[in-house]
Design a protein around this ligand. Structure first.
Ligand code: KG4
Ligand code: ZN
Length: 341
């Protein structure tokens, strides 16, 4: 049996897992940093990287303990080295390299976005390839053609903000807590999604698989506070029904854009499977809407349970595929913070 320790420190979760070539998860730990960033309304990169430094070793120890294995039992160490926050990525990479050097283990590089798609394979226990991949997270909103776990081609994505980032910023405008996605979902339950007529940017542009959420964010601001500069703390005075209605209207606009472009990617490429990953895929109304679209259009939908949608190291099991293909790295492996296109 092959056992790989996977590390994930791309943003603000410090996570590790031990996975096997049978795609079993022997142990997994996620240490979230939400409590450190909540008062800033978003992730502060420097705080994130410092917290990773403090947490990475305890997280690895706990994971190995849960898995009942020692470092000597491992066959490789894998680490997400792209894309993400530079300082955060470096902590995971240095930890992985050090363990590889000391224990003479091969090093495997993980693309965090590909890992989000691979979460569908782990969760379903089925082969999900070839598929169209949709990543909707705090940092990315992208579509891919995924021929195999080792062959991803970018098809398009957001030209400005990520969907999750828009959730977080709109939540902050509405006086809701970080992370904004779950807070908006909760507030929206009491709201009317048709109350505010918000734009669906690029929805009718069938020529390209592009998304855009920056203008939608601005539309929410204008609707709430007019075109002037909002006074400090103005969001604190919003009526709770206004908050609920805006949360519902905004959430619906994002869902419409994502569902529409994912369905278009499936049609344009003649694929029959859609795999969705990333934190926004945890959104219940989005999950319902994309399932409905799958039923209507007749494609198969794979969407992991909530804990495998948000950042985790279990999805790093994509490293098993690289292990079999003998795609190992040397110790001069670097981070790639930006998207690799
Ligand atoms: O994938 P993820 O955990 O981290 C990144 O790689 O970015 O995604 C985090 C993002 C945040 O923007 C958060 O607000 C959003 O996912 N999110 C949600 C929900 N849960 C998390 N967005 C909408 N609805 C949710 N239930
Ligand atoms: Zn992520």
């Amino acid at each position: 049996m092959i056992r790989i320790l996977t590390l994930e420190t791309t943003c603000d979760e410090t996570a590790a897992a031990v996975v096997t070539d049978r795609l079993e998860v022997l142990g997994a730990v996620v240490a979230s940093q939400d409590e450190l960033h909540v008062r800033f309304g978003g992730v502060v990169p420097e705080i994130a990287s410092r917290a990773h430094v403090e947490r990475i070793l305890p997280v690895i120890h706990q994971t190995l303990e849960k898995a009942g294995v020692s470092l000597q039992d491992l066959d490789a160490i894998a680490v997400a080295n792209r894309p993400g926050l530079a300082g955060s990525l470096l902590v995971g990479l240095m930890a992985a390299k050090t363990l590889c050097l000391v224990h003479d283990l091969p090093l495997i590089a993980i693309d965090h976005l590909q890992a989000h798609i691979y979460a569908c394979q782990i969760a379903s226990g089925k082969n999900v390839f070839p598929c169209i991949g949709l990543i909707v997270s705090g940092g990315h909103s992208n579509l891919y053609r995924c021929e195999s776990p080792l062959d991803f081609t970018p098809l398009g994505g957001t030209i400005d903000d990520a969907a999750g980032e828009a959730f977080d910023k709109v939540a902050s405008m509405l006086g809701l807590a970080y992370p904004g996605g779950p807070a908006i979902q909760k507030a929206a339950k009491q709201g009317d999604p048709k109350k505010y007529k918000l734009p669906r940017p690029l929805l009718n542009d069938r020529s390209r698989l592009a998304l855009s959420f920056s203008g939608l964010k601005t539309a929410v601001r204008y609707e709430l506070f007019g075109t002037g500069r909002p006074a400090m703390g103005e969001e604190a005075n919003l009526d709770s029904q206004v908050v609920a209605d805006m949360a519902a209207s905004f959430q619906q606009a994002v869902i419409d854009c994502l569902v529409n472009k994912a369905a278009l990617a499936i049609r344009q490429n003649g694929y029959h499977r859609l795999c969705v990953g990333g934190g926004v895929a945890a959104n219940t109304p989005f999950r319902k809407a994309i399932q409905q679209q799958a039923n209507t259009d007749g494609f198969e939908l794979f969407i992991p349970p909530l804990a495998l949608c948000t950042d985790n190291a279990v999805m790093g099991a994509i490293a098993i595929e690289r292990y079999h293909a003998e795609l190992f790295e040397t110790l001069d492996l670097d981070i790639t913070p930006g998207l690799v296109r």
